[in-house]
Ligand binder design. Structure first.
Ligand SMILES: CN[C@@H]1CN(c2cccc(OC)c2)S(=O)(=O)c2sc(S(N)(=O)=O)cc21
Ligand SMILES: [Zn+2]
Length: 262
């Protein structure tokens, strides 16, 4: 099948031709309209809790659509909040960015885009036997979204990612991150979030994701984002830089958008 991407000929506007789910009624991302977010009291009751391990030698790869760190963590647990009684386990994390820092996030807040967005992808190990199986069910995945704001302090954890990007310049290349990575350090200090039922934001756009988007952004530097944009979407010498890899907001429709101010 023709390779999907983010250009006018293979981007979000034409994904539904190749991937029918992309035209569904519970697609992601969405614009988070803060005035309609209902602060759902029982979300406060069932506090969202997470426990991650620190891991070294995690594999990072250039997928052609960005970088992705494979972090299958059988010891990790994400539970509570909107996740009912099920336990979700970290599988991978990656991020989305734009050509300039004026754009780049997938979710927007009252129409405002951030400079990028980190996604920590988890799957429901209570109900399903594998990630691939979980991705076929409406409650199969839980993705934590964290916005990037551009500031003067570089983010040390992101720097561990940036320092490997020169080794995975081309699509298909991968390397191991020598540093110890603790996914907890990617999370903001304020743990308030919005949550709604949505989808993968890339093809095949499966409608299998419980989204949890943190309200507070983390800070990265312009230089760190510049390094992301130096990744190549091609495997060969041709240089087509991955300068943008975000899907624009999709209709929320009649979905509930709930918030929890932790
Ligand atoms: C290409 N899609 C990414 C990789 N994955 C993938 C790859 C192959 C098949 C597949 O079918 C389910 C999923 S994934 O499920 O880890 C995710 S999650 C996600 S996001 N932006 O919504 O957080 C993007 C991708
Ligand atoms: Zn993503």
């Amino acid at each position: 099948a023709a390779e999907w991407g983010y250009s006018p000929t293979n981007g979000p506007d034409v994904w539904a031709r190749l991937f029918p789910q992309a035209g569904g009624a519970r697609q992601s991302p969405v614009d988070i309209c803060t005035s309609i977010a209902s602060s759902d009291s029982n979300l406060e009751m069932k506090k969202l809790t997470f426990a991650y391990e620190s891991q070294s030698d995690l594999r990072i790869l250039n997928t052609g659509h960005g970088w992705k760190v494979e972090a299958p963590q059988s010891g990790s647990r994400l539970e509570g909040g909107p996740l009912g009684e099920d336990i979700y386990q970290l599988e991978q994390f990656h991020c989305h960015w734009g050509e300039t820092s004026a754009e780049g996030s997938e979710h927007t807040v009252d129409g405002r885009a951030y400079a990028g967005e980190l996604h920590l992808v988890h799957w429901n190990t209570t109900k399903y036997q594998s990630f691939a199986e979980a991705a076929q069910h409406p409650d199969g995945l839980a993705v934590l979204g964290v916005f990037f704001d551009v500031g003067n302090e570089s983010n040390d954890e992101i720097e561990k990612i940036v320092s490997t990007l020169s080794e995975i310049k081309f699509k298909g290349q991968f390397t191991d991150i020598p540093d110890v990575i603790d996914p907890t350090t990617f999370l903001p200090s304020g743990l308030g979030y919005w949550t709604y039922l949505g989808s993968l934001t890339t093809p095949p756009c499966n409608e299998c994701v419980i989204w949890i988007v943190y309200k507070e952004p983390i800070t990265v530097t312009e230089e760190q984002l510049v390094q992301f944009r130096c990744l190549s979407a091609c495997s060969g010498e041709a240089e087509e830089f991955i300068v943008k890899n975000y899907r624009p907001p999709q209709p929320l429709g009649n979905r509930a958008l709930r918030e929890c101010n932790a």
